[in-house]
Design a protein around this ligand. Structure first.
Ligand code: TYD
Length: 139
């Protein structure tokens, strides 16, 4: 997997004067089944989240409220995204190191994930992640 597989997905929007609505169906709007959702909130100013990679997990990251920056790295190239709309999702493939910062006050970051929580799926050490990414590319 490489950075080229990561992209912003423009989610469906039902605009309504009573308030807008967005929906997400697994294997329709995003290329995986949703087995887990989690969210970050009450993030203090200056905090940084992420700082890890996943071996097999796919994710969609959405700014449900507010904004933040996501920095992606496949071990060879890096790319940053600013998320600030609840109808855009950042699709993150497996084998991507991610760091998230610049949270605005009151922001809420939601993740839809392709699998349940499994600590064994994490790379928590950047050097280990880069070595694994290089080994996969050399195969
Ligand atoms: P982590 O994924 O490291 O958070 P972030 O990347 O957003 O900084 O998770 C932080 C802690 O929460 C860690 O101890 C694992 C735990 N956790 C769960 O128990 N279940 C989950 O679904 C997630 C995402 C994390």
């Amino acid at each position: 997997m490489s950075l080229s597989g990561c992209r912003i997905i423009d989610l469906p929007r039902i605009n309504d004067p009573r308030g807008n609505l967005t929906f997400i169906e697994g294997h329709n709007h995003i290329p995986f089944d949703i087995l887990r959702a989690y969210y970050l909130y009450d993030v203090p100013g200056g905090a940084e989240r992420g700082g890890h990679g996943h071996k097999e997990l796919s994710q969609l990251i959405i700014a449900m409220s507010g904004s933040f920056d996501i920095h992606l790295d496949d071990g060879f190239n890096k790319k940053s995204f600013h998320l600030n709309r609840s109808y855009y999702g950042l699709y993150v493939t497996p084998m991507i190191w991610r760091e998230i910062d610049n949270f605005s006050s009151g922001s809420v970051l939601m993740v839809l994930a392709s699998n349940k929580y499994d600590e064994d799926d994490y790379y928590r050490d950047y050097g280990t992640f880069v070595n694994a990414a290089k080994n996969l590319r050399d195969q």
